[in-house]
Design a protein around this ligand. Structure first.
Ligand SMILES: C[S@@+](CC[C@H](N)C(=O)[O-])C[C@H]1O[C@@H](n2cnc3c(N)ncnc32)[C@H](O)[C@@H]1O
Length: 150
């Protein structure tokens, strides 16, 4: 089986220290601020990042326990396949969070909208450049749950 070895490019500093502190459920919006401390050897790679308002952060669910391909999610209490959810318990425990970049101070990126625990390892940062209009998005079972909840 193919394998790729990855190393963190930095770590999240967050006031969330346990998963139950992170807001969950339908309609949750993430406004928590935190800092991504990029390791010194990667700081040069941050050049020009200040021009972006939003970034996509790829990270590791380093405290996730195992994987569940099919299970009940707390959002609607129904069963879904893992690839139609944002569950931490996935075959490759990779998280993806779109955040607002408040400012950069050298290797430190000040972010708004984090949902990661303190000490979460970060694999990569990419600028958010999506241009898909909201009306073209289908939101699957999550959209149905949101509509039922209106
Ligand atoms: C539902 S996941 C969504 C994460 C990301 N936005 C995504 O879509 O991939 C967010 C939850 O992951 C959990 N979490 C955050 N950081 C974690 C970590 N480092 N290890 C394990 N679980 C974590 C928290 O309970 C948080 O509520």
């Amino acid at each position: 089986m193919d394998e790729w070895k990855m190393r963190p490019i930095g770590y999240i500093r967050s006031s969330y220290t346990s998963t139950d502190q992170v807001p969950k459920g339908l309609g949750t919006t993430h406004t928590m601020e935190g800092v991504l401390e990029v390791l010194p050897e990667y700081e040069k790679g941050l050049q020009d990042i200040e021009g972006y308002s939003h970034l996509m952060i790829l990270w590791i669910f380093h405290q996730a326990k195992g994987c569940e391909l099919y299970g009940t999610v707390p959002t609607d209490g129904r069963q879904h396949g893992v690839f139609s959810t944002r569950s931490p318990r996935r075959p490759n425990p990779i998280g993806l969070t779109t955040v607002e970049l408040i400012r950069r101070d050298g290797p430190s990126l000040y972010l708004r909208g984090i949902d990661m625990l303190d000490g979460t390892p970060v694999l990569d940062i990419k600028p958010y450049t999506s241009s898909i209009p909201m009306e073209q998005l289908r939101r699957g079972w999550l959209g149905e749950a949101e509509n039922r909840n209106k």
